[in-house]
Design a protein around this ligand. Structure first.
Ligand code: ATP
Length: 444
């Protein structure tokens, strides 16, 4: 097994051991492609979501937020083309009944699961949308779908947003939420799951200005990952060739990340033209044009979409952060080098020993810091072991209260990445940690 797969196994095991991610319904044997985010996992996921949300809705002056429903009118999916086109080609092995995506395996070769040759069925199209029924009786017209992307909620509310807020084209609508896809193959941990979260932003522009905005958003989105502290060398562009381009798209690029299993899509930037709004206009028979007050022109806006997987971002953050570092003879420490902005715990407060009043001072300090940071208090075990536990969950700062603290109101601040230790006055802690977070640079 290659080095990279070994890393994935280690990440999966760390996630379970330390409470980042568990298999869903594990005590019943699990459900394929479904995952639960434990105490640290949900904190990491929320931090990534908040980082994105803040960037989108606060840093730019022309993007507003939305939280649309997961269950929508079934006509939405007819209009969007999902009912007819949101399919993957599926083949079954006649021998072992394993299922594969025909575009992901060599159909001439033996079944990757059981090794039987010439055992595949003919590829057939398989719709990835989960369906269910609304109301108490299953009847004609009661069939609805779990949304496979959040974007359609944005298009369907386009008119509401324009009429109820003061946005003017060009402007964006951002949304974070769950999406569901009945994926044929759900491997690589949380990379491809049946229930996942997306962070999508649809930017509405005047036709003719779409190429310019497409280039703008490409640049902004890559920069955003740099700002999140992700190694630039682990990110690259992939341009969609004619064979990959969605039928409605004019241009599409993926940001790929070097996951433990190789380069894979993390986020898509798509020029979706006026396809979606035009379709919804046709199917709903409602006017979805935009009136430019200044020029008096009326048009259906073009859309530049940035579509990222939040749960896939969590896997990126874990893979990017995971390191095993040799720090002495036969001494390897496991460390998650999260940017302090997304680390599940920002600062741990540790009394050197719990007796002689050190425990009380440390507990008070930890409580005082709660307003500003996500804190963690730990007084059990040798200090070195406690540091290692914090390294393993990616806590960037540890504060240790020792005997000197009782005399001069200072504590030791230990930095996760460099393991450097400095003395800081208790009164200066908040400012020192905020500055360190602002100036944080990933060590390579
Ligand atoms: P693929 O071709 O790999 O199935 P896609 O190109 O259809 O994916 P998009 O529809 O562009 O993916 O979705 C946008 C983003 O949503 C992806 O970049 C990814 O981060 C995330 N995403 C899509 N499907 C899944 C999934 N099954 N599990 C986790 N994240 C997903």
């Amino acid at each position: 097994m290659g080095e990279k797969n070994t890393t994935m196994e280690k990440i999966v095991s760390l996630c379970k051991r330390r409470g980042f991610i568990y298999q869903s319904s594990e005590i019943y044997g699990g459900l394929a492609g479904s995952w639960d985010y434990g105490p640290l996992g949900v904190a990491l996921k929320n931090n990534i979501r908040d980082f994105w949300w803040k960037e989108m809705t606060q840093h730019y002056d022309n993007i507003v937020g939305l939280d649309s429903a997961i269950l929508m009118h079934p006509k939405v999916w007819e209009a969007s083309g999902h009912i007819n086109n949101f399919t993957d080609p599926l083949v079954d092995c006649k021998h072992c009944k394993a299922r594969f995506r025909a575009d992901q395996i060599d159909l001439e070769a033996a079944c990757p699961n059981c090794g039987t040759k010439d055992s595949f069925t003919e590829p057939r199209n398989f719709n990835l949308m989960f369906s269910t029924n609304i109301g108490s009786i299953e009847q004609e017209g009661s069939k609805i779908y779990l949304r496979p992307e959040t974007a359609q909620g944005i298009y369907v509310d386009f008119r509401n947003v324009v009429q109820s807020s003061r946005v003017k084209v060009p402007f964006g609508i951002a949304q974070v939420g769950k999406s569901f896809r009945n994926e044929i193959t759900t491997k690589s941990f949380i990379f491809r799951s049946v229930e996942f979260e997306q962070m999508e932003m649809q930017f509405f522009v005047k036709p003719g200005t779409d190429d310019k905005w497409f280039a703008y958003w490409k640049e902004q989105r890559l920069n955003s990952y740099h700002n999140m502290g992700i190694k630039p060398t682990s990110l690259r562009w992939h341009k969609h060739g004619d064979d990959e381009l969605a039928f409605y798209a004019k241009e599409a690029y993926d940001i790929q990340f070097l996951f433990p299993m190789g380069w894979q899509e993390l986020e898509g930037i798509h020029n979706r033209t006026d396809y979606d709004l035009t379709q919804h206009q046709k199917f709903s028979k409602k006017d979805l044009t935009y009136l430019d007050q200044e020029s008096g022109e009326r048009f259906v806006p073009y859309v530049v979409e940035t579509s990222a997987g939040l749960t896939r971002n969590v896997l990126m953050a874990l893979s990017d952060a995971y390191e095993e570092e040799e720090i002495g003879e036969n001494d390897i420490r496991t460390v998650l080098r999260f940017h302090p902005k997304i680390a599940p715990v920002t600062v741990a407060v540790l009394p050197l020993v719990k007796k002689d009043g050190l425990g009380e001072v440390a507990q008070k300090l930890e409580k005082d810091l709660r307003e500003e940071f996500v804190t963690f208090y730990d007084q059990s075990g040798a200090i070195g072991r406690r540091y290692r536990r914090m390294d393993e969950i990616g806590t960037p700062y540890c504060l240790t209260v020792d005997y000197q603290s009782l005399e001069d109101n200072t504590v030791t601040l230990r930095f996760r990445d460099s393991m450097e230790q400095i003395r800081v006055k208790i009164d200066d802690i908040v400012a020192t940690l905020k500055k360190a977070t602002k100036e944080y640079k990933r060590v390579e």
